[in-house]
Design a protein around this ligand. Structure first.
Ligand code: SF4
Length: 359
């Protein structure tokens, strides 16, 4: 049996486990500090934890369940990691440098079942959910990479926007957030964490009622059902009206700002009329709490029907929203000289392996 990743335990569960196994609950804190502050990579290196406790932990848990397969570094400092999991699956994690700090984009599932028509990740159906430990470990691996560079840099922000639909792996995603925001450990503030969903309405409500308190981003990508269904098949099951009801519930419950992600696809959803329709959809009451984030599309070979919008179209779309009082931003691009689109590095490697195995 594979041992479990220790990074999947919240500090309370770690304390409970220690107690159930004959140790003191209070040992959880030094273990936790060794994991997240000292960032040891071996239980034996937990010098301030007694030997019996270290051995007990080593019998049940591991500090690494994934290996770095590939690392691509971009001229702008973006680093894409491809990790091989214990079961052989590959996942992608990205480190991005911003003026405001260092952010990591994590993956929550192996593949994705949402099937957005523009997405390289969604080409491969979900084979399983990642455990909370596997999601936390992505942050730890990136942090260890930074530690190794010796500049004292620390991951300051997290975006849960990599491969997978986080709300389709809700419990593990929620534990992941509780672990990384714990102030005794990595202490990444909830306002520095953004979870992005394709719009699972029921889960948006659950998230609004939860203790997680991170930022939320919703992939809208179209201002009406006809277009959204074309781009995102999830819209058949959860049309825009249902999504707006969940958004209103979220805004009312939390009074927190929300981001609507809008990927700009040339001649598909990037016309000024679409921007006007989008402004109307958002409406006056939601406007103060909503920001639209425009994402210029990164073309991928697998979706040749989609092209990147012209710079003038992006500008015109932006201006049309601004003119109507909608808060709007354009996502800055990272790592354009490497496999920039989400999931691209992984899907290329999977293709290579299939060719090599004759599959
Ligand atoms: S964009 Fe996100 S939700 Fe949609 S298919 Fe890709 S990974 Fe899944």
């Amino acid at each position: 049996m594979n041992k479990e990743s220790i990074y999947g335990l919240t500090i309370d569960r770690l304390a409970e486990w220690l107690e159930n196994n004959g140790e003191k609950r209070s040992r959880a804190l030094p273990v936790w500090e060794n994991l997240y502050r000292k960032r040891v990579t071996d239980f034996a290196a937990m010098a301030d934890v007694n030997e019996a406790c270290r051995e007990l932990l080593a019998e049940r848990f591991v500090l690494s369940t994934m290996e770095e397969h590939t690392k691509q570094e971009s001229a702008d400092g973006t680093v894409k990691f491809l990790f091989r999991l214990q079961d052989g699956n590959l996942i992608e994690t990205v480190l991005m440098r911003h003026k405001f700090g260092l952010s990591v984009c994590v993956t929550t599932q192996v593949g994705c079942n949402i099937g957005c028509s523009f997405c390289a990740s969604g080409l491969l159906a979900k084979s399983r959910d990642l455990s909370a430990g596997e999601i936390v470990e992505q942050i730890m691996k990136v942090q260890l990479h930074l530690d190794g560079e010796g500049r004292g840099e620390k991951v300051s922000h997290i975006v849960v926007m990599g491969i997978g639909e986080p709300f389709d792996n809700y419990d593990n995603m929620a534990d992941f957030i509780r672990i990384v925001k714990d102030h005794k450990g990595l202490a990444i503030g909830p306002r520095h964490i953004t979870v992005s969903t394709s719009g699972l309405a029921g889960k948006i409500r659950e998230f609004a009622d939860s203790d997680l308190q991170t930022n939320l981003a919703i992939s809208l990508h179209a201002p009406n059902n006809e277009l959204r269904t074309r781009i995102m098949k999830i819209n058949r099951a959860i049309p825009i009206e249902k999504l707006l009801e969940a958004i209103d519930y979220y805004l009312e419950r939390t009074n927190r700002r929300l981001t609507l992600e809008y990927i700009l696809l040339k001649d598909v959803n990037d016309q000024v009329e679409h921007a006007q329709e989008l402004a109307e959809l958002i409406g006056e009451t939601r406007k103060p709490l909503v920001n639209v984030n425009l994402i210029p599309y990164n073309p991928v070979d697998e979706h040749s029907q989609y092209q990147r919008s012209e710079q003038e179209s992006i500008r015109a779309f932006y201006d049309a929203l601004k003119k109507r009082g909608v808060s709007v931003s354009v996502r800055l691009e990272h790592g354009t000289d490497i496999d920039a689109a989400c999931g691209q590095l992984r899907s290329k490697q999977i293709r290579r392996e299939k060719v090599a195995s004759g599959g």
